[in-house]
Design a protein around this ligand. Structure first.
Ligand code: NAD
Ligand code: FES
Length: 283
């Protein structure tokens, strides 16, 4: 059991959870993820690490309520049944900052994809990098942790779909305007965004790292649930990733796989909403 210190709503369908997880934090590095279980019989949910404090043993996670299991997660307040991790490989720039010293780096985040961007940019700031961030959300209310990212980034370009804050449009609109200033991109967010960012950067020959979050079950390379195709070869996001070269990812296959369980997920969500009562519904 892992003690929950906080599990609070920070925007529509977005939650911040803080949990004491000493064994996980001891080895955590930027870019890694954990798999959590709300209760003993709950589904396993992969979540990228938002922050971790090795002094207080507090692990922070930001998650979006999108289905039955994340809805259940949003209702618990005392203990998490399980937190497995850290899983996956750490961000390659944070592992070998010395190899990237001469690069002009931009992070491109979409929606809750900003959560795993924060620890990477924080780590790189501590290693004397000036990192810019292009951060897009549907509307102003969905722009998360602005103070935190502004405290670690060199510059933040905000963009909202409806123009309610920053530029109007998608992250790709801002990237196309600014791309001549960069020679390395890291992008985390919806698959379609990472696909479009990668297509754009391919045109300009800018290396691009993406962080994939396909369906996962065991998180240890045994079940095959997170299989993706990289440069025509099968890879497992949980152990070979989650980061890959965006120009080598078969995004169309991943997008197709993401929709396989749509109907089952919808039914499960309806059942969970019924079980939890009328105050617990996805907005
Ligand atoms: P969203 O659908 O609201 O999109 C966020 C932003 O992405 C948009 O505002 C826009 O700027 C950009 N975007 C969206 N569609 C685009 C397109 N077609 N072309 C170019 N840019 C586009 O995002 P959300 O609802 O907050 O969802 C966040 C997603 O991030 C989820 O799919 C989640 O699974 C994913 N995520 C991934 C990781 C990871 O490690 N890979 C971590 C956290 C979240
Ligand atoms: Fe099972 Fe990756 S989640 S192989």
């Amino acid at each position: 059991m892992y003690e929950i210190l906080k599990n609070e709503k920070i925007a529509t369908n977005c939650y911040l959870m803080e949990v004491v997880a000493k064994d996980v934090i001891r080895n955590a590095k930027p870019g890694q993820f954990v798999i959590v279980m709300a209760k003993e019989d709950s589904e396993r949910i992969p979540l990228t690490i938002y922050d971790y404090d090795k002094d207080s043993d507090v692990l922070s996670l930001i998650y979006q309520v999108v289905g039955a299991s994340t809805l259940e997660l949003s209702t618990i307040s005392k203990n998490l049944f399980a937190v497995s991790g850290p899983l996956g490989k750490a961000n390659e720039i944070c592992v070998h900052p010395e190899l990237f010293k001469d690069k002009k780096i931009v992070y491109i985040a979409g929606g809750v994809g900003i959560a795993p961007v924060y620890p990477q940019v924080k780590y790189l700031k501590n290693h004397h990098f000036d990192i810019d961030i292009i951060y897009g959300a549907r509307e102003k209310e969905l722009l998360l942790i602005q103070d935190k990212i502004e405290s670690v980034a060199h510059k933040v370009f905000y963009v909202t779909d409806d123009g309610s804050y920053g530029d109007k449009g998608f992250v790709t609109n801002v990237l196309e305007r600014e791309i001549q200033n960069y020679d390395l991109c890291v992008t985390i967010g919806p698959l379609i965004m990472m696909k479009n960012v990668s297509e754009l950067t391919r045109k300009y020959h800018v290396k691009t790292i993406v962080s994939l979050n396909p369906l996962m079950v065991d998180g240890s390379g045994m079940c095959g649930a997170c299989r993706c195709e990289i440069e025509g070869k099968p890879k497992f996001a949980c152990i070979d990733g989650p980061e890959f070269d965006g120009h080598q990812v078969n995004f169309d296959l991943l997008i197709k796989r993401m929709h396989i369980y749509k109907e089952e997920e919808k039914e499960k969500l309806l059942q969970m909403e019924k079980d939890l009562g009328k105050d617990c519904e996805v907005e």
